[in-house]
Write a protein that binds this ligand. Structure first.
Ligand code: ZN
Length: 360
């Protein structure tokens, strides 16, 4: 055996093969040791590559797939159930015993977002309702003005679909006496001859018939009362209340007092009762210096007999902004501010909205 090895070594061909065998062995050893390191480096480079935009999110563990599917199904089921649920309304009145000349404050809650507009029907008229907060269309509110001469006792207020007029909910309002009395005013010969200029009454009566959906005034936070949401235009006492039947020299005029009078000195600044847009700003022969403001969502105010007007038609005013000055222009017996409040065009008693102590 040993001799055969010696013979092989003595052959020149064996010595020629030896370097090749050694080279193969070295390559084999190097590849065995270096391959895992090379693979590791290659893996890191792959993960850090900015061009690698696919599969960047960590893979979900297999057990998460059924959870996500279940959550999706639950969401779909909730939406389907909401869509199938009937749309119902509940209605409440903050002041169901309403005096004549006051305003009923109505709140409406829908079981889900309303799909078509609704209105409040009362005494043959339809009044709009608005979202309390546009972000939450389920909660609505409406103002219903009660006429000064509305019959006393119970009457029905109905929530209706605006298009079909189908009744959706209803409540009973009990109308109580506004305790309005007669008031006689002594009118001089000169005053008697004072008449309105052409178009004057139309302008005074017309500006309050336009309703814009933007509200410039703040709703009371609890929607329980309208008191305190406007300010007094002048600080003075009330010399003549709202609603009195007006007599001139003992003769009934056929009219009632559509606002209040505050006994105010000449030139006293007059403030806007709340924010709004000026719709009338001019001197009239009968009403004198007149400003009419649209406060939005059916609320308007008017200020007459002013000596000076400091706002222009179309101006946007804020609550408390000076709009003019007290005077005795037009049909007036002395310096005072007559101002009026309107809800959906109907004159309403401002005393419900702001306390006005009488002059006594
Ligand atoms: Zn007056």
């Amino acid at each position: 055996m040993f001799e055969r090895w010696l013979q092989a070594l003595s052959r020149p061909s064996t010595w020629l093969l030896l370097p090749a065998v050694l080279l193969v062995c070295i390559l084999l050893v190097v590849s065995i040791y270096c391959a895992p390191i090379a693979l590791k480096l290659a893996g890191k480079a792959h993960a850090a590559s900015p061009t690698n935009t696919t599969n960047t999110a960590p893979p979900l563990p297999p057990e998460s797939f059924p959870d996500a599917l279940q959550q999706g199904m639950e969401r779909l089921t909730t939406k389907a159930a909401e869509a199938l649920k009937p749309l119902t309304y509940t209605m409440a009145v903050a002041n169901p015993n309403v005096p004549q000349g006051h305003t009923a404050l109505v709140t409406i809650t829908a079981s889900k977002a309303p799909t078509s507009p609704v209105v409040l029907a009362y005494a043959g008229k339809a009044f709009p309702v608005y979202a309390v907060d546009p972000e939450h269309p389920h909660a609505l509110y409406g103002l219903v003005p009660i006429a000064v001469d509305k019959a006393l006792g119970g009457s029905t207020l109905t929530l209706q679909d605006k298009a079909s007029r189908k009744a959706l909910a209803s409540v009973t309002l009990t109308i109580t006496s506004g305790h309005y009395s007669k008031q006689n005013i002594g009118v001089s010969k000169a005053m008697k001859g004072l008449t309105a200029e052409p178009g004057e009454y139309e302008a005074i009566g017309g500006f309050r018939k336009t309703t814009v959906p933007h509200r410039h005034w703040a709703l009371p936070t609890t929607l329980a009362t309208l008191t305190g949401i406007i300010i007094k235009p002048v600080p003075d006492c009330m010399s003549s209340p709202f609603g009195n039947l007006r007599y001139h020299n003992g003769k009934f005029t056929g009219n009632f007092h559509k606002g209040v009078d505050q006994r105010s000195p000449n030139s006293r600044p007059i403030k806007a009762i709340t924010g709004g847009v000026v719709k009338i700003a001019r001197q009239y022969r009968f009403h004198g210096g007149t400003i009419g403001i649209d406060h939005g969502q059916g609320v308007h105010s008017i200020y007459i007999h002013q000596s000076k007007i400091v706002v222009k038609l179309g101006d946007t005013v804020t609550a408390g902004q000076v709009i003019g000055h007290v005077g005795t222009t037009g049909f007036s017996t002395g310096p005072h501010l007559h101002w009026g409040l309107f809800v959906h065009g109907e004159p309403v008693n401002p005393v419900q909205w702001i306390a006005l102590p009488g002059c006594g």
